[in-house]
Design a protein around this ligand. Structure first.
Ligand SMILES: *Cc1c(COP(=O)(O)O)cnc(C)c1O
Length: 349
């Protein structure tokens, strides 16, 4: 157990002193449905969405809290994890002054958001086997570094990082450690969620976009110490998660059995693709995956990418990424789509 996280030291001064926008309705909602709301200039005629959404997403959070066994005070919901990541930059990193640390090859948004927020992105590449280079990371953290971003299972490589490596960094860095678990439901490894009580500087992000099959509704979830969640609440736009998303997410969360069955099927399809890939002469390497995609190394990334397009299949060419020359990332589709790509892979010369 690390000592408490001193948010005064790590958050941006301007954010600490900020007074959030308050909708007048917040304080009256708790009094129940018998109030007449004439405070927000809405059209009063019922369309199911004529009212503004609950800015605290209380009922959706309560459901997530039940499912995960985490108190609502430790949960933040955003318009996708992308919004949550952006809010973390804006809450903690002073533009033109602070830095973050990332480990390429990894999810491209960290770099985009660093650029957008004018925050230096210190890149410490993963080792060629895509594991964390712990020593290099520990040696490269400047005093301006506010956040270290891990993506585990990692996109685009598919592997989960060694818990010991992450723990070593969590134990020696006092700033924020973000673990992006967008693909955790496809992994046999434990979520870092259950380590939150031990590490008050840890933020775990998850999303409904991947295993939960809800990329279109845009719902990301962050779990962290209540101090951090409170700060994010203070700076978010009041109605960042719309009424439809809140309703739809609640309905989907009731279908845990269906989601588990889909995840199981995707994993089984993933495993069916490996032997086919390994038997193809132009596939030089396949990387083990804890996610719903497989990274492969081929003889000529651009050529194979375009050949697949000619056959009507779009994959992601990751060849420009660190240690990823001539690599393609293939998402696992439906059994029919998987059958098709297996057939086409065999046909391509
Ligand atoms: C897909 C993905 C996300 C999801 O972002 P949303 O904004 O929640 O859709 C987050 N992190 C990583 C690493 C991803 O690959």
């Amino acid at each position: 157990m690390k000592p408490g996280f001193n948010i005064q030291k790590w958050a941006r001064l301007s954010v600490l002193g900020l007074k959030p926008y308050a909708s007048a309705r917040d304080e009256f909602m708790s009094k129940g449905g018998d109030m007449v709301f004439l405070d927000a200039n809405e059209n009063p005629f019922e369309t199911a969405v004529n009212r503004y959404p609950d800015p605290n997403q209380s009922s959706l959070k309560a459901r997530i809290s039940d499912l995960r066994g985490i108190q609502p005070e430790k949960i933040f919901l955003g318009n996708g994890s992308d919004e949550i990541l952006d809010l973390l930059f804006r809450a903690f990193c002073e533009p033109g002054k602070d830095a973050i640390l990332t480990m390429p090859p990894t999810f491209g948004m960290y770099k985009v958001l660093a650029g957008l927020n004018q925050v230096e992105n210190i890149e410490v590449p993963l080792r060629p086997d895509f594991e964390i280079d712990v020593e290099a990371v520990l040696e490269s953290i400047p005093s301006t570094c506010k956040m270290i971003m891990f993506c585990s299972p990692n996109n685009p490589t598919g592997n989960s990082f060694s818990p010991d490596s992450i723990r070593a960094i969590l134990n020696s860095f006092e700033g924020l450690v973000v673990i992006d678990e967008a693909y955790i439901d496809f992994s046999a490894n434990d979520s870092w969620l259950f380590q939150l009580p031990k590490y008050p500087n840890l933020i775990v992000t998850q999303t409904l976009s991947k295993a939960y099959g809800q990329a279109g509704i845009r719902l990301g979830i962050a779990y962290a110490d209540p101090q951090i969640i409170e700060l994010l609440h203070k700076i978010k736009l009041p109605y960042n998660v719309n009424v439809l998303t809140q309703q739809w997410a609640k309905e989907r969360l009731e279908k845990q059995d269906k989601i588990a069955a889909e995840v199981k099927e995707i994993i089984s399809e993933r495993e069916k693709l490996y032997p086919v890939l390994n038997a193809i002469s132009w596939v030089e390497e396949t990387y083990p995956s804890d996610a719903n995609f497989i990274l492969i190394r081929v003889d000529d990334g651009d050529k194979r990418y375009h050949q697949l397009i000619e056959h009507g299949i779009v994959v992601r060419n990751r060849s420009t990424q660190k240690h990823c020359a001539n690599t393609l990332r293939i998402t696992i589709g439906t059994p029919e789509e998987n059958q098709l790509i297996r057939k086409i892979l065999k046909e391509i010369r």
